[in-house]
Design a protein around this ligand. Structure first.
Ligand SMILES: O=P(O)(O)OC[C@H]1O[C@H](O[C@H]2O[C@H](CO)[C@@H](O)[C@H](O)[C@H]2O)[C@H](O)[C@@H](O)[C@@H]1O
Length: 283
């Protein structure tokens, strides 16, 4: 038995299934807070230095690896360093909560047309932020015209700024046909209709995976957790991993295994790769 032992029976059963039949396993991983340590400036987020080596070791052992992120796919690919990596030829990055897709095999990016509400919201954003008194230290992240994120991590009181902005931004988003996706000191205004749960289930279907490991750290990962719970109720083993965060307790409460942030995720992936390496793989 390894050092990472799930605390729940369902988690232990899933880990057994993964080790028994890795070639039927889909590994889904969030980016920020899971593969990449949280930093103050979103542009500075990079994958943990040991993340790529761990993924390179694990990916050839399993059916598929997907990064499922709120980031635009090309930003996750760039900040993660995922392009052209040996062992990651079949990596898929599902960006904008699954609305976008990047395939390592082809380098192709598929994305829906931008929602017109994003430009409208962007134009009104400075006024709404000012009116909410949340201007000090609040930062707007442009997300390729497909969404816009309002960050409060650098505000004097990040939680107070988040709380003050939440209702006005929800109202602004609704007026333009968007939704608000709350995260770790961030309120993202984005188109409705897709979430990480839908994205993960579609990818499970596409790959024919018979077991799943999903790791995340934020509220946007809850739909993926729910998707894994649904798969489990349908008889598909699933291991839920929380990349530990004191900012988001909901995920830790539903996880089978809580690890110590991106360093802990990397250690888990490395341990799993070590366990699977050279195992007799059955299709
Ligand atoms: O689905 P994810 O890969 O977790 O992306 C979700 C959001 O993550 C980013 O924000 C978070 O990370 C930042 C950099 O570490 C941090 O400053 C911020 O406080 C976090 O919420 C990203 O900037 C957003 O666009 C993503 O939606």
């Amino acid at each position: 038995m390894g050092i990472h032992v799930p605390t729940t029976p369902a988690g232990r059963a899933a880990l057994d299934a993964i080790v028994d039949r890795p070639s039927a396993t889909l590994v889904g991983l969030d980016f920020d807070g899971t593969l990449a340590p949280i930093v103050e400036n979103p542009e500075d987020a990079r994958a943990h230095p040991d993340a790529l080596p761990a993924l390179m070791a694990l990916a050839p052992e399993v059916a598929a690896v997907a990064v499922v992120t709120g980031r635009p796919a090309e930003v996750a690919v760039r900040n993660g360093g995922f392009a052209g990596v040996r062992g990651l030829e079949h990596l898929v990055v599902l960006g904008h909560y699954g609305a976008e897709r990047w395939d390592a095999r082809t380098g192709a990016l598929t994305a829906p047309p931008p929602h017109p509400g994003v430009a409208a919201v962007r134009a009104e954003l400075p006024r709404v932020i000012d009116a909410a008194g949340g201007g000090q230290g609040v930062r707007v992240e442009e997300k390729g015209g497909r969404a816009v994120a309002v960050h409060t991590r650098r505000a004097t009181d990040p939680q107070a700024a988040f709380d003050a902005l939440r209702a006005p931004l929800t109202d602004l988003a609704a007026r333009h046909g968007l939704i608000v996706e709350p995260g770790r000191m961030v309120l993202e205004l984005r188109p409705p209709g897709m979430d990480k749960g839908v994205a993960l289930l579609e990818h499970v279907r596409e790959t024919g995976a018979a077991s799943v490991l999903y790791a995340g750290d934020d509220l946007g990962d809850l739909p993926a957790f729910a998707a894994v719970e649904k798969l489990r109720s349908d008889g598909v083993p699933g291991l839920l991993v929380c990349s530990g965060s004191t900012e988001v307790t909901e995920l830790a409460e539903r996880a089978d295994l809580v690890v110590d942030g991106p360093a802990g995720v990397v250690a888990l992936l490395r341990e799993l790769a070590g366990q699977l390496g050279g195992s007799s793989r059955s299709a």
